[in-house]
Design a protein around this ligand. Structure first.
Ligand code: AMP
Ligand code: MG
Length: 483
């Protein structure tokens, strides 16, 4: 019989001082079974071919290795504004894998049982929530938005107690690194300056090696991360994504979107849109995301203060100057993105008002964010109901005037087709597919996964997942974190 493949993980993270992690092992589950496997990602990561029946052993029975051991990461974070000591309570980094292109990735189990940092939690996860993360993260990848990836979901054969009993599952999550703003806050508040320096050096070396030659590498790390966060959140705004829990422990220094607990996609445009059941104040509402991104980068700057400069006054000045640059940079990148949604590449400031007035009309008439830009892309806007109103017709005629006088309709359509998705994972469709999958019927989920692989295919008209939900679904829909 051919030998079953065993992983050979690497452990560069364990070169950090020991209080940055704690050894951890996956729980021994009664009857683990593969539910979803991402074969394309297996290949991209240079992982061996693993047959479906061997996947659970591959991930859940880590081999004893000389190089290191699976671990949970220590971190802290500001949750809804308040500072707390946290750590991976239900995540275990199995090890690192270097992909075919040389990029190093963490291979992490989510929901595989308790760790040193579980506090009161059980370290487990429900099948539905892990399938949700798999689906949304892979959809984000296809939308060209940096994100954690999903390699596999395995059901555990266990029931997990939540508001009721749920089937348990483990997700295999992949990221360039799980180092977060909260990891730096942990080092700053609970470690020494040497710890903070060790973390900064490791992070630069792993994620942004090009800045290691800069004069002030710590300041470069801050500006690089700020830029990358702005790019990320601009991308979220482009597709109507609401992360839902932008706590600093959920902000990756790699600027990959991660932690898909309470996230959701907006249907009708409104900046106040919130779906998370725990976000009662709307802190993480759609339109608040840039403000929160800035606040989070400010927490990162604060954590870096002791190593930004030997002179504390000078360090504070550098941090402040950097954060003061956020708004202008945001405006530049956000406006450029909104103009691309209108088909205008390298637009001018004077054209931005077109985007703002369209958003204003969409908000007033409760128009679907995705489908309005889709109709603009496909030149079918006149079919959309409220666009028959005089004020909308006036806007459209202004818009057409600008397009005709500048880039031309053909070029604009090309830009829009790359910017405006034809399909997003709409909440009502996602819920339906996940409920069926949690009952053992994967048909709808697989169909949705397939459709979401090509979100910029504007040729087929979508009958499934194209229409917004009913008003009653939208009014009642809420997402729940940490299930
Ligand atoms: P999150 O809201 O998902 O970012 O999680 C916040 C913190 O709670 C992290 O430290 C998680 O590891 C921890 N956590 C969430 N759910 C559980 C659980 N079921 N068991 C243990 N820790 C958990
Ligand atoms: Mg988290």
């Amino acid at each position: 019989m051919p030998k079953k493949p065993t992983p050979s993980w690497e452990y560069s993270y364990l070169t950090l001082p020991a209080h940055f992690y704690a050894a951890a092992m996956p729980f021994s589950f009664p009857a683990p079974q593969l539910v979803l496997q991402n074969n394309t990602l297996f290949q991209a990561l240079n992982l061996p071919q693993v047959n479906a029946e061997d996947v659970t052993a591959f991930f859940l029975n880590p081999p004893v290795q000389q190089k290191g051991h699976p671990f949970a990461q220590a971190y802290a974070g500001h949750q809804f504004g308040g500072f707390t000591k946290l750590g991976d309570g239900r995540a275990i980094v199995l090890g690192e894998q270097v992909a075919a292109n040389g990029q190093r990735f963490d291979i992490q189990l989510k929901g595989a049982g308790k760790t040193m940092y579980s506090r009161g939690g059980d370290g487990k996860a429900t099948l539905k929530s892990m399938l949700r993360e798999y689906l949304i993260s892979e959809a984000m990848q296809a939308l060209n938005i940096p994100t954690s990836r999903s390699l596999a979901v395995m059901s555990t054969g266990e029931l997990v107690p939540r508001e009721k009993m749920h089937l348990g599952a483990v997700l295999v999550r992949v990221m360039k690194s799980h180092i977060r703003v909260g990891t730096f806050e942990y080092a700053r508040h609970f470690g020494t300056t040497a710890d903070l320096n060790a973390l900064a050096d490791y992070t630069i070396n792993r994620l942004y090696p090009h800045i290691s030659q800069h004069e002030n590498t710590r300041l470069s790390l801050l500006t690089t991360v700020m830029n990358a966060q702005i790019d990320l959140v601009v991308n979220w705004m482009r597709v109507g994504f609401i992360h839902g829990v932008m706590n600093t422990d959920n902000v990756a220094i790699s600027a990959e979107t991660f932690d898909y607990g309470p996230c959701a996609f907006m249907n009708a445009y409104h900046p106040h849109t919130v779906f998370s059941s725990i976000d009662t104040q709307g802190r993480y509402a759609f339109g608040n995301q840039p403000k929160i991104a800035k606040w989070n980068v400010a927490r990162f700057a604060e954590a870096l203060l002791p190593i930004l400069h030997t002179n504390p006054q000078q360090a504070l000045l550098l941090a402040q100057q950097t954060i003061d640059g956020f708004d202008a940079l945001w405006k530049e990148k956000y406006n450029a993105m909104m103009l691309r949604k209108l088909g205008i590449q390298n637009g001018e400031d004077s054209q931005v008002s077109l985007a703002h007035s369209l958003l204003h009309l969409m908000q007033k008439h409760q128009m679907d964010y995705t489908n309005t830009f889709l109709a603009l892309t496909k030149n079918t806007l006149s079919n959309v109901e409220p666009t028959n109103s005089p004020e909308f017709k006036a806007w459209h005629s202004d818009y057409k005037g600008v397009i005709d006088a500048t880039v031309g309709a053909e070029q604009a359509a090309l830009v829009m087709a790359q910017t405006n998705p034809a399909i997003i994972p709409r909440n009502h469709v996602v819920e339906e597919a996940l409920d069926a999958a949690a009952d053992g019927n994967l048909g709808l989920l697989n169909k949705l996964l397939e459709l979401l692989k090509t979100p910029y295919n504007h040729h087929d008209s979508l009958t499934y997942c194209g229409a917004p939900p009913s008003a009653s679904f939208e009014a009642e829909y809420a997402t729940f974190c940490g299930t």
